[in-house]
Design a protein around this ligand. Structure first.
Ligand SMILES: [Zn+2]
Ligand SMILES: [Zn+2]
Ligand SMILES: [Zn+2]
Ligand SMILES: [Zn+2]
Ligand SMILES: [Zn+2]
Ligand SMILES: [Zn+2]
Length: 487
């Protein structure tokens, strides 16, 4: 039956919970339970909803809508499994990707609109949920292909063509009040409106809505992988609030219908009533950089337990070294971006601006060194950084991570640096939500050092990578390590 097939993915079948017959109708929420018919699904719903829905929507003036756990959860429990409301190429990018499937470096074009595609027969070009929507319009508009206009266009086209999805989407937060004249966001929307003018002129109302649409994308969209290079908006997953130490992790799967579905699972034990959170920023950045980034892109200042702790839970990713003996320079009030920083051993005080200047200057040097990436250059800059920064500082860690891959196992620095990196990631990402691959690389390098338990370390690394998408660097590293384990 046509109507039921939209529930099913990859034609997986299972036994119906009511009659036991084989059925291809799958619960669209948890994707775990099968039914033979819509009737039996409805019959089972009062019982099934208890195990199916792990979240509840709450609302507060500060957070807007957010999710809490509706039951106790254990690591690996599925919390959300859903298709996107809409997806498309990321905004603010000059990258050209296949208009049909999202893959990078397309070499062909869509036969109808002439926009770039991986091949003229790419499945995604005909997808009625994807490129199929805008293809004719693009053909008519005869404009220069710019992938960043596609997602706003797809959203604008929901309004006339799919009211249900449009209404779900427009409810998401857009923070328009923070995106007015004089802001970077405002300028970007203006640029986008110019690029899209051949399309917007077809529907004057759409030009008025564009700023809100861009706000919704910037605030809520999640970067997918697979496919790489696209972002997607989800009805429930986009309600997860940010935390720098998130209690969920998520992965994507490219379904047979061409949609990147998301699976959100518990990364740790979660108690009924706990807020469910996701990490929207770079885990290895120090608090100052993370909070600036979140404020600039998502319009809020994070006050999670890591942001509130001057030492960042003991990782010292932002800590400076004082010129006195053994003193560390830490922010007095980490939740205030303009706070003074003071030494924990002497009376030395640095202003927020001075700290920013020092870390920014060093960041430039770190980037230059990483671009050359020779053993000598990295070794030298690390020695210099350690005179000015805590050995756990973000800059030291990023240099160390490149250096370990160049040092020979016999070099005593190698195992020390590997352990330092593993210690840092175990503090700031204890559940492997964001830094699985990063940590796995360090574990694998450590496994080569004399006196280390090779098997133990490789098993740990492989475990961190169990959720990596097919053909991704993470998955390739994982199979490499599996071979190493056997040999
Ligand atoms: Zn049945
Ligand atoms: Zn279910
Ligand atoms: Zn393609
Ligand atoms: Zn086309
Ligand atoms: Zn935080
Ligand atoms: Zn001091």
């Amino acid at each position: 039956m046509e109507g039921e097939c939209r529930w099913q993915n990859n034609c997986i079948r299972g036994s119906c919970r009511i009659c036991g017959n084989e059925g291809g109708l799958r619960c669209s929420n948890c994707r775990m339970q099968f039914y033979c018919s819509k009737d039996h699904q409805l019959t089972d719903w009062p019982d099934h909803r208890e195990i199916c829905i792990a979240w509840k929507i709450q609302e507060s003036p500060e957070l807007g809508r957010y999710l809490i756990a509706s039951k106790d959860l254990y690591p690996g429990d599925t919390i959300i499994a859903e298709d996107p409301i809409i997806w498309g190429p990321a905004l603010h990018t000059d990258e050209i990707i296949c208009i049909g499937c999202g893959y990078k470096n397309p070499t062909s074009t869509c036969p109808t609109c002439r926009w770039p595609s991986c091949k003229s027969t790419c499945e995604g070009l005909k997808n009625v949920n994807g490129h199929g929507i805008e293809c004719k319009l693009l053909a008519k508009a005869k404009m220069l292909p710019r992938c960043e206009i596609i997602l706003p266009l797809r959203i604008l086209l929901l309004r006339p063509f799919d009211q249900k999805r449009w209404k779900t989407l427009i409810k998401l937060q857009s923070h328009e009040d923070s995106r007015g004249s004089g802001t970077e966001a405002y300028e970007e929307v203006k640029k986008l409106a110019d690029q899209m003018s051949p399309l917007l002129s077809l529907d004057p109302e759409s030009k008025k809505i564009l700023p809100k649409v861009c706000g919704i994308i910037d605030v809520n969209a999640l970067e997918t992988n697979p496919p790489e290079g696209t972002v997607a908006l989800y009805k429930t997953a986009c309600l997860l609030e940010h935390s720098c130490v998130a209690n969920t992790k998520h992965s994507f799967n490219l379904e047979i219908n061409g949609k990147p579905s998301i699976k959100v699972e518990a990364a740790t034990s979660v108690k009924k009533g706990d807020h469910l959170s996701i990490n929207y920023t770079h885990a290895l950045w120090s608090t100052r950089a993370r909070r600036d980034h979140l404020y600039a892109t998502k319009y809020f200042l994070c006050d999670c337990k890591r942001c509130a702790d001057p030492t960042e839970l003991g990782s010292h990713l932002g800590t400076l070294k004082c010129s006195c003996e053994n003193g560390w320079v830490l922010p007095k009030d980490p939740l205030n971006q303009d706070t003074d920083w003071s030494c924990d051993k002497c009376l030395c005080v640095l202003s927020s601006a001075e700290v920013l200047e020092i870390t920014y200057k060093l960041e430039q040097e770190v980037e230059d060194a990483l671009a050359i990436a020779s053993k000598e250059v990295l070794g030298n800059i690390l020695t210099r950084l350690e005179l000015l920064l805590h050995p756990g500082h973000q800059h030291c860690i990023s240099i160390a991570h490149s250096l370990i891959q160049l040092l020979s196992p016999e070099d005593p620095r190698k195992s020390e640096l590997c352990k330092r990196i593993i210690n840092t990631t175990s503090i700031i990402d204890p559940h492997g939500v964001r830094l699985g691959l990063y940590t796995a690389v360090a574990l694998r390098e450590l496994a080569t050092c004399p006196g280390e338990n090779k098997t133990d370390l490789l098993v740990k690394a492989i475990r961190l990578l169990y959720n990596e998408p097919a053909n991704s660097p993470g998955q390739k590293l994982s199979s490499l390590m599996e071979q190493q384990l056997i040999s």
